[in-house]
Design a protein around this ligand. Structure first.
Ligand code: PMP
Length: 433
């Protein structure tokens, strides 16, 4: 077993200051969260000195692992020149140019501090552009913590709705007006999604979809499903928004390149910040013009004290530069190998489990041998505990993933690391079955 004495003691201290001992509910684990000391490349060391291969990478945000020398060098130079200003910086131009070059639909770009904000601004832009208020999203999908995006994030089976997915709150106290303005769609069921969409028709401002939704099982969307949503939006005048906060990494040009379907707007975040806080909204020039202040008060006000700060811009630019087509392909191939080998082995061993995902994203599901959408991925509290136990068993062997079974690779991961992860996963599963 691992010695986690220091983490346990730090958690006892933290509980006097922070609700539940931590700002981020996502870091909560029983009996206590891990406290980290430092990271280097693909590895992290906890406060007790245990080393882990980090396959969580701060929730999929560190595409090059920890303390990448080129990012450190560029950010250090910028740190010495100042961290943020009430004047524009050249770094914002360079960063937006680097993003625009990767994806044809990124005609204009605005920077925020988080993915939550990127989605918040995307919904506002869609409403202002279309003059409509309803937004559609997919059942069980996570799009950050703003009010409308939070609808139907983790519905329990008794709230699923019989004929159509229900518009149900996550946070207690969500106003009814918020629920009434969100239409919830099933994932990867185009026929049903279209029948719901056709009912709301020209009252809809946008369809928000994450093509590889982590909380809904991390099963990739079918290209036909995305294309069907695209066609509906084109017909009805609603905007198609891809939440690529997590999935941009799948291809050099992100989701539109990977699936061959073009959105009107895209939400970005995580890896594009090179390890620093970031969010971005990118899309059609005529839509993004709702933020344009050139001719007076814009339709929607975009801003933020730390938005487009030169630290995030500088780190992000280097991170993108280091994530060229070859690196994308190499990292995705390692992800394919992890998923394929595990799935084959679990099938052959008669273990009821599977690994979903795409490219360098993966999610282990215990107690499920096929996952297509939120409902087929859903498991009860007891089964969630089984997955958490598996994740703990991996930690004991020196591999860090997220307690829900979610993980990702960084470019710092080697084929040998993947072999070791496969061996440890098999060992942990064998011990449990
Ligand atoms: N959308 C998706 C698809 C995400 O995965 C996340 C973060 N996990 C967000 C939005 C929110 O991003 P942030 O945590 O930077 O606010």
């Amino acid at each position: 077993g691992l010695s986690l004495k220091t983490s346990a003691a730090l958690y006892e201290q933290a509980k006097s200051f922070l609700p539940g001992g931590s700002t981020r509910a996502t870091l909560f684990r029983k009996p206590h969260p891990f406290y980290v000391s430092h990271g280097e490349g693909a590895y992290i060391w906890d406060a007790d000195g245990n080393r882990y291969l980090d396959l969580a990478n701060n929730f999929m945000s560190l595409i090059h692992g920890h303390a990448n020398p080129r990012i450190i060098e560029a950010v250090s130079a910028q740190l010495a020149r100042g961290t943020c200003f009430s004047m524009s910086t050249e770094s914002e131009i360079a960063m937006s140019a680097a993003l625009q070059e990767r994806a044809p639909s990124f005609e204009r770009i605005c920077f925020a501090n988080t993915g939550t904000e990127a989605v918040l601004f995307a919904l506002k832009a869609a409403r202002a552009y279309t003059g409509r208020t309803l937004v559609a999203k997919v059942e069980g999908c996570y799009h950050g913590l703003s009010d409308f995006a939070e609808v139907s994030v983790a519905p329990e089976p008794d709230a699923w709705g019989e004929t159509a997915p229900a518009s149900v709150p996550y946070s207690i106290g969500a106003p009814q007006a918020v629920l009434d303005n969100v239409v919830v769609l099933p994932f990867n069921d185009l026929e049903k999604a279209l029948s719901i969409l056709n009912d709301v028709g020209d009252r809809l401002a946008c369809v928000l979809v994450d093509p590889v939704p982590s909380r809904a099982g991390l099963a990739p969307a079918q290209a036909d499903y995305l294309q069907g949503l695209r066609d509906f939006c084109t017909r009805s005048g609603a905007l198609l928004i891809f939440d690529q906060v997590m999935s941009f990494r799948l291809a050099y040009g992100g989701v539109e390149e990977y699936f061959g379907v073009t959105p009107d707007l895209s939400c970005l975040g995580k890896i594009i910040g090179g390890g620093f806080p970031i969010g971005a909204l990118a899309g059609r020039v005529d839509v993004m013009d709702v933020f344009n202040p050139e001719s007076g008060r814009p339709k929607v006000f975009f801003g933020g004290t730390f938005a487009a700060n030169p630290i995030s811009m500088t780190a992000g630019l280097v991170a993108l530069d280091l994530y060229g087509r070859q690196e994308v392909a190499r990292t995705n191939a390692l992800g394919d190998r992890l998923r394929d080998e595990m799935n084959e082995w679990m099938r052959a061993s008669g273990i009821e489990a599977c690994v979903t995902g795409a490219g360098s994203l993966f999610k282990f599901h215990l107690g499920r041998s096929e996952v297509r959408d939120y409902r087929s991925a859903w498991v009860d509290v007891a089964q969630r505990k089984v997955t958490a136990d598996f994740v703990d068993a991996l930690a004991t062997r020196g591999f860090h993933i997220i307690p829900s079974g979610l993980g990702c690779l960084s470019t710092a991961v080697t084929p040998e690391d993947i072999d070791a992860m496969i061996a440890a996963s098999k060992e942990a599963l064998r011990a449990m079955h």
